[in-house]
Write a protein that binds this ligand. Structure first.
Ligand code: HEM
Length: 294
């Protein structure tokens, strides 16, 4: 039996929404596998079968770096989770879902995405800075891969309020200076009205407050890792999506208090971007009740 899902509630630290907030990542902890593994991997398979071009895309001349990612991942899985996979020279079997993939059957990054719960974004250096060169992205949070492919960081983040002023330079510096043996991770959070993992077709600002109750809301957390690839010198960005029922915060009053205070301080632009405006009052009332009932 694998571990139940980890809890990442980044709210106790105050509003770090527009900060790098990076922590060192121990390479053994790069990939996280939990008791929802089969449902994540099966959802990925469905999406890759039905809407492949929405969830996998690559630019030309990315095969070597894609292969580097797959090689790293296969090595990592054989070291950290040997009991979960069966590997031959030509195939890899995901035992929990009984799926066997030929290693040459897909582009390397496409295969990498089918093996774990993480999504993968490969960033290539260019004269416009790092650009999104390939991705296996089954669980996007309200963005579409094809609209970002080939774009540099500043354009990818165009909808994020104040990104150019507050994050543009620090992120560029991070990418320029990142060392192969010093990977990092950060946590991003949102409140959404569904546990569905694929939110590629949802746009911002479409949450309707009507009919929604606190029981309908989910905390969606992305554990994002950033590492430099030794062979290609490109950068690999991974996104591991978690979702928790909002009402779970009842058991974590400090996080409920932290989220309420972040909501109170969040700029109107960020509230709009994060789809919080229609549900803000309801959220604050609910979180305050959790504070007083503890
Ligand atoms: C470590 C460096 C990075 C930082 C500090 C960063 C920061 C952010 C922040 C603050 C947001 C707004 C999220 C929210 O509050 O809900 C965001 C959104 C986003 N980030 Fe990043 N990011 C980083 C790396 C990347 C990379 C490498 C990609 C490559 C695919 C990426 C793709 C996106 C996308 C697609 C969005 C959503 C944009 C939209 O709404 O259209 N980020 N990022």
């Amino acid at each position: 039996m694998r571990n139940s899902q980890r809890l990442y509630f980044p709210f106790a630290e105050g509003d770090r929404t527009l900060a790098l907030s990076l922590k060192p990542l121990r390479i053994e902890d790069w990939i996280e596998i939990d008791d929802q593994f089969s449902s994540y991997v099966q959802r990925k398979t469905e999406l890759l079968e039905t809407i492949h071009s929405e969830v996998f895309a690559s630019l030309p001349n990315t095969q070597n770096a894609q292969q580097e990612v797959l090689d790293l991942l296969l090595e990592h899985l054989s070291q950290q989770f040997p009991e979960l996979y069966d590997r031959t020279a030509e195939t890899i079997k995901v035992k929990a879902t009984d799926q066997t993939w030929n290693i040459d059957q897909f582009e390397p990054l496409d295969l990498a995405g089918r093996l774990v719960q993480e999504d993968f974004c490969l960033m290539r250096p260019s004269d416009r800075g790092y650009i999104l060169a390939a991705a296996s992205l089954c669980f996007p949070l309200r963005w579409r891969l094809l609209e970002k492919l080939g774009n540099p960081m500043i354009q990818i983040h165009q909808p994020v309020p104040n990104y150019p002023e507050q994050l543009g330079n620090p992120v560029d510096r991070l990418f320029d200076r990142l060392k192969v043996d010093r990977p990092v991770f950060r946590i991003n959070w949102s409140i959404v009205e569904t546990p569905e993992l694929y939110l590629g077709h949802q746009s911002h600002s479409n949450t309707k407050s009507v009919e929604l109750t606190p029981d309908d809301l989910w905390i969606r957390v992305e554990r994002q890792s950033v590492r430099r690839l030794a062979r290609s010198n490109w950068i690999l960005f991974t996104i591991r999506t978690y979702r928790y029922p909002l009402m779970m915060l009842k058991d974590y009053p400090e996080s409920a208090i932290g989220l309420a205070s972040i909501l109170q301080d969040l700029s109107p632009g960020m509230q709009l971007y994060k789809n919080l405006l229609p549900i803000r009052e309801m959220l604050l009332t609910t979180l305050k009740q959790m504070e007083t009932s503890c």
